[in-house]
Ligand binder design. Structure first.
Ligand code: ZN
Length: 279
C-alpha cells in the first residue's frame, strides 16, 4: 500500500505521542540510521523538547503519524544513531513518501528562516492563520512560500532518436533533457519553446505534458514535456551547455538519476516507442 501524507497548516498542532521528527542543522537534514539504509527519526515530545528548539513546525501526518520539523542549534550534539545529510544526498536513501516529507520540511524551514522580516518595509512579520503565509502588521504586505516552476523537455524526432544535452561539470557520458526556469509573464509552453531555441537552436512542435516533480533546491517545481523536432541545425548555447547530440533510443548515453523526472521522460519515451513497435 502506498503511504499517505496529509498536510496540516498553522496553527494546527500534532496529537501527543510518537511522531516523525525532521530536525535540520546547518542546512542538513537529520535522519535515523538503520541496519540497512535510513528512515525518518521517531521521537516523542520529551526527546524533541530535550534536543530541539522551541520553534517547531507541524507539517501533517504520514500514515497517521504526525510529522514535525525544526532547526537545531548549529552546535547541538546528535545521537550516535542519527545520520546527517544534504537533502539531495537522501534522494536514493529514503523511501519515496519519507523523502516527500523531508523535501516539504526543507522548504518550510527555508521559508521561515529567510522570511522573518517584511521585504517591503522591514518590520517583523506575523504568521497568517491556516496557511504558511506571512503578513506584515505595519504595511499589510503578505507573502507565501515560493514555488518556482522550471521546465524539462525531451526532444524527439517522432521515432527512435532523441536530442539530449550535456552540461559543463557533468560526468562525461551523462546527457539529459533541456531544462530552464519559467520567466515572469511566460506560459509553460512558451518557456519550453524558448529554452529549446536558446539552448539548442532548433524548432519544435507537439509540446506534450508528461508529469511534474517537486525539486526542493530550494523550491523548484519541475514540469516535464516531450516535443517533436521540426527543423534547424543543432546549435548549442555555450554559456549553458558544452554538447548536444542525437541518440538512438537503443544506444543511449548515461542518464540522470533514476528518481529524477528527466530520467522518467527519457525512459518513458523509449518504452512508448518500443510498445508502438510491438503493435
Ligand atoms: Zn511591511
Amino acid at each position: 500500500m502506498n503511504s499517505i501524507f496529509l498536510r496540516a497548516y498553522p496553527p494546527a498542532q500534532p496529537a501527543s505521542g510518537p511522531s516523525y521528527w525532521l530536525p535540520f542543522r546547518n542546512g542538513e537534514v537529520i535522519v535515523q540510521r538503520q541496519e540497512q539504509g535510513v528512515t525518518l527519526i521517531r521521537a516523542d515530545e520529551t526527546l524533541r523538547t530535550q534536543l530541539g528548539t522551541s520553534e517547531f513546525y507541524y507539517l501533517g501526518t504520514l500514515d497517521g503519524i504526525p510529522c514535525v520539523t525544526c532547526e537545531l542549534d548549529s552546535k547541538q550534539e546528535l545521537l550516535p544513531t542519527w545520520y546527517t545529510s544534504s537533502l539531495r544526498g537522501l534522494f536514493d536513501l529514503l523511501e519515496n513518501s519519507a523523502y516527500t516529507v523531508a523535501a516539504y520540511a526543507a522548504q518550510i524551514i527555508y521559508w521561515q528562516r529567510t522570511n522573518r522580516y517584511c521585504p517591503s518595509c522591514g518590520h517583523a512579520i506575523e504568521a497568517t492563520r491556516g496557511t504558511w503565509g506571512h503578513h506584515c502588521p505595519r504595511c499589510g504586505h503578505t507573502g507565501y512560500p515560493p514555488v518556482s516552476p522550471a521546465i524539462l523537455v525531451l526532444i524527439h524526432d517522432g521515432g527512435e532518436r532523441v536530442l539530449l544535452a550535456h552540461k559543463p561539470g557533468w560526468p562525461a557520458k551523462r546527457y539529459s533533457c533541456i531544462a530552464g526556469f519559467v520567466e515572469p509573464g511566460e506560459s509553460l509552453e512558451e518557456c519550453v519553446q524558448r529554452e529549446v531555441y536558446e539552448e539548442v537552436g532548433v524548432e519544435i512542435t507537439a509540446i506534450t505534458y508528461v508529469g511534474s516533480q517537486p525539486w526542493p533546491f530550494p523550491h523548484q517545481l519541475m514540469v516535464g514535456y516531450t516535443a517533436r523536432y521540426v527543423g534547424g541545425p543543432v546549435r548549442i548555447d555555450a554559456q549553458e551547455l558544452d554538447d548536444a547530440a542525437w541518440f538512438q533510443i537503443n544506444n543511449l548515453p548515461d542518464l540522470p538519476p533514476k528518481q529524477s523526472l528527466a530520467h522518467f521522460l527519457i525512459t518513458n519515451w523509449v518504452a512508448t516507442q518500443q510498445l508502438s513497435k510491438d503493435d
